[in-house]
Ligand binder design. Structure first.
Ligand code: ZN
Ligand code: ZN
Length: 268
């Protein structure tokens, strides 16, 4: 199994030269299984725009699993090449969150926000609703648990032949009702991708924003038998220099820590 990062920033794809080393696109992951050819995409932030043209082969189904509906996880979707290229069948897997409305995915395509209404898309995606628990999507076995985030979000664990990857972004540590199930869910994962939007110094002014700091992430990884940790959802404008410092500080607590960057791959 191969995990590839196409977007690693939170909130907004604000690109500045000092941060371009890690990349400035918002969340998108591609997971592929070289043995079966299966492929699955997580989140449709601006990173998905770069992924589209790189997906080769004959037109086929393309499952895209969303964690939640905040702009940064959905804003790339209208620009996904496979919505327009003949023969492709994109499928959206959309979590049922609090106050869920089936029209949420359509909304970002509606006038005046986008020129092509959802119902006129050449390859209008199917929308499949998903809930926490075990799931089988696009040839992968996965499972989901809720995260602590305004409006809700889901974390996913994807089973691999030699180890699992857990994708848990947009989560604020500190509420045991979420943290304890997440610990059971993530325990023993070969790779863990966590929301490290803030620094420990910034976090106190941002309680309730639905994000965590890197120290909480490394302590969580160290306590739950994790193979490798990737800090993710970097704050927009956080420079490469700052991220390198965060990585070095993190590695003192949990040596197998990386700061996720665009184009980076994890092989499991
Ligand atoms: Zn986000
Ligand atoms: Zn969010």
């Amino acid at each position: 199994m191969r995990v590839r990062f196409w977007g690693v920033r939170g909130s907004v794809p604000w690109a500045i030269p000092a941060a371009i080393g890690h990349g400035c696109n918002t969340p998108c992951l591609e997971i592929s299984d070289e043995q079966t050819g299966a492929e699955i995409v997580f989140d449709a932030g601006s990173g998905i725009v770069g992924l589209g043209p790189k997906i080769g082969g004959a037109p086929r189904e393309l499952p895209i699993v969303l964690t939640h509906y905040h702009w940064d996880h959905l804003q790339g979707l209208p620009f996904l090449a496979q919505l327009y290229a003949p023969g492709w069948k994109p499928q959206i897997f959309a979590p049922i969150l609090k106050n869920y409305d089936v029209a949420w995915v359509n909304t970002i395509f509606q006038s005046p926000f986008f020129p092509v209404p959802y119902e006129h898309l050449p390859n209008r995606p199917s929308v499949n609703l998903i809930q926490p628990g075990p799931l089988r999507i696009g040839g992968f076995d996965l499972s989901a648990v809720p995260l602590n985030h305004p409006g809700g979000a889901l974390a996913y664990r994807v089973r691999g032949m030699t180890g699992d990857v857990v994708y848990a972004t947009d989560h604020e540590f500190g509420n045991p009702a979420f943290d304890e199930p997440l610990a059971d869910f993530a325990r023993g994962a070969a790779a863990l991708i966590l929301d490290a939007h803030f620094t420990p110094e910034e976090l106190p002014q941002h309680k309730g924003w639905g994000h965590s700091d890197w120290r909480q992430c490394v302590e969580f990884a160290a306590a739950h038998d994790i193979g490798g940790l990737w800090l993710f959802h970097h704050k927009p404008g956080r420079t490469d220099e700052e991220l390198v410092r965060i990585r070095l500080d993190s590695q003192r607590v949990f040596p197998a820590t990386e700061t996720a960057s665009e184009g980076e791959q994890i092989r499991l």
